[in-house]
Design a protein around this ligand. Structure first.
Ligand SMILES: Cc1cc2nc3c(=O)[nH]c(=O)nc-3n(C[C@H](O)[C@H](O)[C@H](O)COP(=O)(O)OP(=O)(O)OC[C@H]3O[C@@H](n4cnc5c(N)ncnc54)[C@H](O)[C@@H]3O)c2cc1C
Length: 243
């Protein structure tokens, strides 16, 4: 049997929380879970009765908490796995998980460098684990979060992110329709947004960028053009991950 993080473990769905009309947080109990760092992800494997199985990758949405693992899944219309996880998978149901995976796109609470998080859509998930890990650790490391969403209804973890928190600045950018009191026109994140909501490059922040591939590449290019060292800009792309 394969040991450690490469082992498949059977988890059970303990709790669900709807984040938006199309995204759901799944809280799983995973006996034997070894713990994880904020920013890591898991592989989730589903197996049908006829033996067909398929695997997808999901970022972990919350810091380590015993044998609990939280993921948030965005329903992709016509997708094989995400409609099942968000619509059919019910409390008590089993699922196989393997992980934690990834050691580069992680934030450690001992770090004192200022942090810039830039999320596009579901890309908020591992960045939320970092925000929550900071809170859990009582860290005073200053964080700025720039979060691009289509409309206010698409904001994940809205209650938590709209609540003021010392040392955490949150800026929303709406790409389709903003709230009535939002100044400006809906737009994609550009240089001015990153410049206004981020840290000056001379502060040498750690930057974490996550979302769809095109979004991540555009934001990473902007950060480098603004003078941030490429090695300080860590990226995670949420492309299709089927196998
Ligand atoms: C490192 C990593 C972390 C990820 N973390 C998360 C996460 O926290 N939450 C989350 O919801 N998803 C996450 N994903 C995406 C996830 O792994 C799946 O790709 C997604 O759930 C779609 O799977 P599916 O089986 O429903 O769709 P599939 O059956 O695989 O695909 C159906 C159709 O949708 C397209 N498609 C697939 N994935 C996407 C996508 N992400 N965006 C747009 N179109 C897509 C495919 O090209 C195909 O045309 C992550 C991916 C990676 C690589």
């Amino acid at each position: 049997m394969v040991q450690g993080k490469l082992a498949w473990r059977v988890g059970r769905l303990a709790e669900v929380r709807d984040e938006t009309p199309t995204a759901r947080t799944l809280v799983l109990d995973v006996p034997g879970w070894p713990g994880h760092l904020a920013g890591q992800h898991v592989d989730v494997r589903l197996t049908a009765e006829d033996g067909y199985s398929t695997t997808r990758t999901y970022s972990i949405a919350a810091p380590a908490d015993g044998e609990r693992v939280e993921i948030t899944v965005q329903r992709v219309p016509g997708g094989e796995v995400s409609p099942f996880l968000t619509e059919v998978f019910a409390p008590g149901d089993p699922v196989e998980l393997r992980g934690p995976v990834g050691g580069w796109f992680v934030w450690r609470p001992a770090s004192r460098d200022p942090v810039l998080l830039v999320a596009g859509g579901a890309g908020i998930v591992p960045l939320m684990a970092m925000v929550r890990a900071r809170r859990q650790a009582g860290s005073r490391t200053p964080f700025k979060l720039l979060y691009s969403v289509r409309t206010p209804e698409d904001v994940y973890y809205a209650g938590e992110l709209r609540r003021p928190e010392a040392g955490l600045d949150v800026t929303f950018v709406y790409s389709r329709k903003g709230p009535a009191d939002w100044p400006g026109e809906p737009h994609r994140i550009g240089v001015a947004d990153v410049n206004n909501a981020g840290w000056p490059a001379e502060f040498a922040p750690q930057c974490f960028v996550c979302g769809p591939t095109g979004f991540v590449e555009a934001v990473a290019n902007i950060l480098v053009a603004l003078g941030h060292a490429p090695r300080r800009v860590k990226t995670e792309r949420f492309g299709p991950s089927g196998s």
